[in-house]
Write a protein that binds this ligand. Structure first.
Ligand code: PMP
Length: 301
């Protein structure tokens, strides 16, 4: 993971927005008997600011609220308040190009499976994070292995929320991938279909058309939705469908999308090979342009 942070996250200088107040980063602490820690009753967002403007900030705040509803809690701040808090955090930290992390969790009033009386907290932090993957590897296309764990059946987990409880298997798979020298892992879903990576959605290209798995048991990423719109603007057909791993040999290009990963070409998934090509490069460029265009729109408003 490429990051410019050299200090542990809890020792970084700067400010965190914590339940409506700005506190210095090392003071943004919670108690060990926090429900969110014991039972993963937490939802979060990962966002990026480009030249001082958070890309799709409103969509991320709405998804945060929606994820909380799925986990049966309500964040005590409106979408507008969350948007303003995120803007304040990047401004106060003087980080116009930043990764922003908003997290909401159940507090420490009660500790057991039931959490009816727990306070709901919201914190927003930001830091500098230029590229999710090693830039040299990214230029050639990253290498993925095949994960053992599968994305869960949506009847067994809150699969469509960006919920902390879903990331246990992602961390295990990311570690396994990194130990084997891969950048990340491709996860199948509970039915054995191609699903996504540990923190990014997947796209494949065949005969000038884009194929991507239907997000019925994993996150329909905001970057994914943006890239689909960008492809359609260029009259590239996008087919959302069930994709089985046996089909991977028929695709020429592959790329992944996510707020952190942006648009990143893939050169290998286990024994399958891909050559980053014209469509991947075009969409990566279009995505960069789209993230920067927002600044002009915001300035004009
Ligand atoms: N899937 C998972 C598991 C993720 O963690 C992410 C990153 N949030 C994505 C997909 C991509 O989502 P987005 O484009 O909204 O960042």
């Amino acid at each position: 993971m490429a990051t410019t942070n050299t200090l542990p996250f809890d020792q970084m200088p700067g400010w965190v927005w914590f339940n409506g107040k700005l506190v210095s980063n090392p003071d943004a602490m919670i108690h060990v008997l926090t429900h969110g820690l014991h039972y993963a009753s937490a939802v979060f967002e990962g966002e990026r600011a480009y030249n001082g403007v958070i890309f799709k900030s409103n969509e991320h705040s709405e998804r945060l609220k929606r994820s909380a509803y799925i986990l049966d809690f309500e964040i005590p701040f409106s979408v507008e308040e969350i948007n303003a808090a995120k803007d304040l955090v990047i401004e106060k930290n003087s980080l116009p190009n930043a990764y922003i992390r908003a997290i909401s969790w159940r507090g420490s009033e009660q500790l057991g499976v039931s959490a009816m009386n727990n306070k709901i907290h919201l914190a927003i932090a930001c830091w500098e994070w230029p590229s999710y993957f090693d830039p040299a590897q990214r230029a050639k296309g990253i290498r993925l292995c095949l994960a053992d764990f599968r994305r869960p059946d949506p009847r067994t987990a809150p699969a469509l929320a960006k919920a902390s409880c879903l990331y246990g298997i992602c961390t295990i798979e990311k570690h396994r991938a990194e130990r084997l020298g891969y950048a990340d892992a491709m996860m199948l879903d509970w039915q054995g279909r191609v699903a996504e990576c540990t923190g990014a959605n997947m796209f494949f290209i065949k005969d000038g058309k884009i194929h991507t798995p239907t997000p019925d048991c994993f996150l329909d990423g905001i970057t994914r939705q943006t890239v689909i719109e960008l492809a359609k603007r260029r009259n590239i057909e996008v087919i959302e469908r069930r994709i089985m791993p046996e089909e991977l040999s028929s695709f020429s290009e592959c790329f992944i999308t996510g707020t952190a990963a942006e648009v990143t070409a893939v050169s290998e998934i286990a024994d399958w090979r891909f050559t980053p090509g014209a469509i991947t490069n075009q969409l990566a460029q279009d995505y960069t342009a789209e993230t920067l265009a927002k600044k002009d729109k915001a300035a004009a408003a």
